[in-house]
Design a protein around this ligand. Structure first.
Ligand code: KG4
Ligand code: ZN
Length: 331
């Protein structure tokens, strides 16, 4: 079955065609990063308008690149939350138009389920499985006992990891989004500040990154006032070591407690090279997998993949009353 995936929850307009939940025939991503860069972050109103401008072209390109016609599509899967409501609505309504026009079943997909299923594009997920989700909006550990069976073990109590990365990037005057740049500078920096590792020993699986973020920002502020030289690379490396220590230690403990067969990492921060390297060194007795780099950040191939398995499990499609929900829950 050919699934048409649609993603527009933040600042990427993306449409993809995926065969049988695994084989990507096309994955067109129109990124708005260059537009939002000027403001140092995503401006919701501008994001919605840019989605409107690009959405028709992205649909057509995805179909054309897959070498198909809309009549060949067996399911339309669209991100219906969480995310920016104005942005979500563009993708949801465009998906409805195609579904209604061609009489194709429509299914809403949770954005985080999409990120998790990006892993399934590489190799089938084996259960029980532990998913560490690290994106710009989410940081959580989910246990999966089967397809579309998510049990949240813990989550951030404040900032998401990607959000903290982007804030540190902004303070260090790095281009938006900060995450990839902080990662790059980390590679040539030293962990000279040894920042705190928040909640690393707490018995639960929750996280907190706002205290660490403030610690880094305050130190930067104080050093600037004292005219002390700021070595950006060392700030980046010290921050990245603190964050990845917490993520790796908590993931390792949960993986053992729930005796999972696989650990998978998902979301934009799964592209982080420091996290990839440290996770492999920390968890050596259970296979740890990351999506291909191009499927870590927002894309529609992951939504199509997730939609396929959701529909296969439930057999239930959504009706045309499907709506965007900025705070949609995973379960
Ligand atoms: O999953 P995503 O595309 O969007 C959300 O669903 O939030 O994630 C975007 C986030 C941004 O915060 C970005 O800075 C971060 O992922 N990111 C990274 C890296 N690549 C993207 N953070 C750290 N290291 C990276 N290499
Ligand atoms: Zn995302």
């Amino acid at each position: 079955m050919y699934v048409l995936g649609v993603e527009s929850s933040c600042d990427e307009t993306s449409v993809a065609v995926v065969k049988d939940g695994r084989e990507v025939l096309s994955n067109v991503v129109l990124s708005q990063i260059d537009i939002h860069k000027e403001y140092g972050g995503v401006v919701p109103e501008i994001a919605s308008r840019e989605h409107v401008k690009g959405v028709s072209m992205v649909f057509d390109q995805a179909i054309k690149q897959a070498g198909l016609r809309y009549e060949d599509i067996g399911l339309v899967a669209v991100t219906n939350g969480p995310g920016l409501i104005g942005s979500l609505l563009i993708g949801v309504n465009a998906a409805k138009v195609v579904a209604m026009n061609y009489g194709i079943p429509l299914i809403g997909v949770h954005h985080i389920a999409g990120h998790i299923y990006a892993n399934n594009l590489e190799r089938p997920i084996e259960f029980p499985c532990l998913a560490l989700v690290v994106s710009g909006g989410h940081t959580e550990l989910d246990l999966m006992n089967g397809h579309f069976d998510f049990v949240k073990l813990g989550e951030t109590q404040d900032d998401a990891v990607g959000e903290a990365y982007d804030k540190i990037g902004r303070v260090l005057d790095l281009p938006y989004p900060g995450g990839p740049v902080v990662d790059k500078l980390s590679a040539i920096g030293k962990d000279s500040y040894h920042f705190p590792r928040p909640m690393i020993d707490s018995p639960d699986y929750n996280f907190s990154f706002s205290g660490l973020k403030s610690h880094v920002i305050n130190l930067h502020h104080n050093m600037t006032q004292r005219n002390e030289p700021i070595i950006k690379e060392d700030f980046c490396r010290s921050f990245q070591e603190a964050v990845t220590d917490v993520l790796c230690q908590k993931t390792k403990r949960a993986a053992h407690e729930y005796a999972v067969k696989q650990v998978i990492v998902a979301g934009g921060v799964a592209a982080n090279r420091g996290l990839r390297a440290k996770m492999a060194l920390t968890i050596t007795d259970i296979p740890v997998y990351f999506p291909a780099m191009k499927y870590c950040t927002d894309n529609a191939a992951m939504i199509a993949a997730a939609g396929y398995f959701k529909f296969a499990k439930t057999g239930v499609a959504d009706d045309l009353f499907l709506n965007g929900d900025s705070r949609l829950a995973l379960n």
